[in-house]
Design a protein around this ligand. Sequence first.
Ligand code: ADP
Length: 715
Amino acid sequence: MHNRALICESDLLGERFRRRQQDNRCTINTDTLIRNLAELHPGQPVVHLDHGVGRYVGLTTLEAGGIKAEYLILSYAGEDKLYVPVSSLHLISCYAGRADENAPLHKLGGDAWTRARQKAAEQVRDVAAELLDIYAQRAAKNGFSFQHNLKKYQLFCQTFPFETTPDQQQAINAVLSDMCKPLAMDRLVSGDVGFGKTEVAMRAAFLAVENGKQVAVLVPTTLLAQQHFDNFRDRFATWPIRIEMMSRFRSTKEQQQVLNAAANGKVNIIIGTHKLLQGDLCWRDLGLLIVDEEHRFGVRHKDRIKVMRSNVDILTLTATPIPRTLNMAMSGMRDLSIISTPPAHRLAVKTFVREYDSLIVREAILREVLRGGQVYYLYNDVENIEKAAQKLAKLVPEARIAIGHGQMRERNLERVMNDFNHQRFKVLVCTTIIETGIDIASANTIIIERADRFGLAQLHQLRGRVGRSHHQAYAYLLTPNPQQAMSDDAQKRLAAIASLEDLGDGFALATHDLEIRGAGEMLGEDQSGQMTTIGFSLYMELLESAVDALKNGREPSLEDLTSSHAEVELRMPILLPDDFVPDVNTRLSFYKRIASAKNSNDLEELKVELIDRFGVLPEPARNLLQNATLRQHAQTLGIKRIEGNEYGGFIEFGDNNCVDPGYLIGLLQSNPQVYRLDGPSKLKFMLDLRDRETRLKFTKNLLSTFLAHRVVLST
Ligand code: ADP
């Protein structure tokens, strides 16, 4: 069977896979979920697995039959309210899909949600199968084991003029260690613009070349190729390494020479655009492919990269934030390193959102020019860019101005960029052609006209063009005059980007479009739609559960994916009382973490943390943890629901229950006064359980004996 084959893996990889999964599990529970719910504010949309998208209203304590419990109030379309017990927070995730106010609320009791969920689950299943397929293919193929010559490598490191940042070092270590393994590397390094990904690539390139292998550095634009070309040349200047460039900046003859050099092994590193992917390029011995911003390549080129993926070590760099959640579902399929901190001494870009005003423009430009710096003036309309430049020249006659855009002749554009780089003029009036990768340390002011027309991610990228050295950099986001002419969304975007001055913040920018873009980048763009419909977190949860199922040799059933969560109701107070954990958001975050804990270890850790932070657990808090343990057991056993009260209760089995039927029959026969079947899937029990402690203990024991009498279903 298809899935079986996927489980065949080398022991080495299997072990690594499992270990990584465990590691990730810890990070995920504490990291993402806290961010997910601890920051929940009233009005924010959330997704309930069974009811769809609603808005969070608040937490409330309700008392029913003398038993206190805390509930999350959600409001749905038509102001309908849903009360969700805090023990069921595993059913809730933050809705990230669209801007908060536009979240498509569902109607309680309607079937739109069921259909959407169904459709998403089907797609997720396919994605999971595809991911595992990639994983299996990776596991099956061997790559080159690079040898590490420490002495030479250290020499190379010494010529790096900075101290590596901890994240950068970790990424470097991971890459080098991947390369030294007999398995082909497929690692993604994700980090904001200017965070130092290039050095990671250089170190990898160094190791490859030292091993006699050739390196291809694939970049999306000609300008970026030039930039990398210059940087690589500088960095490797003292080494006998030949570096060449393939791009439309090069003449046919020059390109032919590079092709020849590639084929006879005379060139070590070639940096280039998609021309590197063309069929006429034969490598003597390609060992490493570095891909910068893979998402900017077209489908055809991506397919070519995919083919190469099965032959050589691949290192992909991206400035799109890849959500850590995704890391988990993907673990082992593609490795991920995240550089989340900027190099030291980097100052945040001071960002101003202003209505267009020629005085502001003049002042901003003069200020930069007078301190010896340069300015990007972004005007994203090629047709009128000449006029805009003329206007600017009149406004600031003191500054030399030039124009650069993508429709210029290549040679001219190259010259302009080169001149700007060498500070031959001060103001570059340009289009978004500067969006990725251009790195000019002395350009420290960017002025963006009609900033309202750009998306958040794009603004963030553009702003990243400045502030790449220790100088204070400035970004002016100019809006139409008056500001009311902008859409609400645009105003919000600009406010968001202005408030996220901190470099780290920019990257952590939990904006939905970025996360979705990042996920889309890895899973395929067509998944973005589904993520929007059911919310990003839920999508990731579904994906993870589908991957898990497939890995264990099971077909992920839709039932499995959408509504397999067990419920346990023992009629006792289960909550973190507000005199124990006073802060609502902290409570919420603990509720969510407890509800989402995957195993008894997770729960034990949470218990220790609670005691550590708040003291001895009061009874309702103990109950909450016990309840969560029971729920985990029930889940393992394929039990749908457990209810207990003063005089007994019942256990309702799901379709995938795995308690030995023989054992159940024995139980019924030996204790007919206690156990009785109520329909085909409900086991009733009748006895005195008035004491809560006894009730808990009884249920726990019963589940323990079930666990001891499990039958493993063959698939
Ligand atoms: P990215 O590729 O992530 O956009 P770069 O690698 O181009 O970023 O780095 C941006 C700038 O920061 C470069 O000028 C680079 O020399 C510098 N840089 C890289 N790493 C460090 C570091 N650890 N400390 C200080 N500066 C650094």
